[in-house]
Write a protein that binds this ligand. Structure first.
Ligand code: SAM
Length: 202
């Protein structure tokens, strides 16, 4: 839910992230530690991060045999590639992908998003969650969340109700970590047994 008027267009959103890339940085060691703990518990052999930005989380994937990170912004990906080289991550591949358009190629044990789905407008969130669900079995969805917004949201931010969105795609909530220091929740979902990988493709 954005508290402003019309949603920005797709072109405006992409242009926004291309512009943000050179200065984009979140210093959040606590958030990294939370995510690391969830990943270590799942022990994935393969993982995809959707909307990896400039690659701040990539070093968390060092010991995962097959890791992929995608983003729709060229400028973000350029920086993520530099980070891949700096951290020496031969197990990691990066490519350009718009998650609102379709599911990324491949099947992964775990899909991760951090502060990505909160930037998907309400009219695209259902199909976007469908695309996320299609590519993995477990999901670590680390997003802005509070029951009622305490502040007016910026034009490119939305509050989505992740539990019903993922349940609609055949997933169940396994665990969630509610941060006390900021309105952010890490939701761990898993696909319910018997949910076909491609049964729900639009
Ligand atoms: C707030 S940044 C978070 C980056 C990274 N997840 C992190 O935590 O450092 C949001 C990222 O989502 C990407 N993004 C937004 N919409 C996207 C889309 N439709 N498909 C793929 N990436 C998208 C943006 O380009 C940006 O890099």
């Amino acid at each position: 839910m954005s508290s402003r008027g019309r949603s920005p267009s797709v072109q405006e959103m992409l242009a926004y992230w291309e512009r943000r890339a050179p200065s984009y940085y979140i210093e959040d060691p606590f958030g990294r530690a939370i995510l690391r703990a969830f990943i270590e518990k799942l022990q994935p052999k393969s993982l995809i991060e959707i909307g990896c930005g400039n690659g701040e989380l990539l070093s968390l994937y060092k010991n995962i045999p097959s890791a992929v990170a995608v983003d729709w912004s060229e400028n973000m990906l350029q920086r993520a590639n530099l980070r891949k080289a700096r951290h020496f991550l031969p197990n990691l591949r990066l490519w350009r992908h718009d998650i609102t358009q379709c599911a990324p190629h491949g099947q992964y044990d775990v899909a991760v998003t951090r502060t990505v789905l909160m930037h998907i407008p309400p009219d695209s969130i259902e199909k976007t969650v469908r695309h996320v669900v299609k590519c993995a079995d477990n999901f670590l969805i680390f997003e802005y969340f509070e029951n009622v917004p305490t502040e007016q949201l910026a034009a490119h931010n939305w509050l989505h109700d992740y539990v019903p969105l993922f349940e609609k795609e055949g997933c169940e909530l396994v665990e969630s970590y509610v941060r006390q220091d900021m309105p952010q929740v890490l939701f761990q979902f898993q696909k319910k047994p018997g949910v076909m990988a491609d049964a729900k493709e639009a």
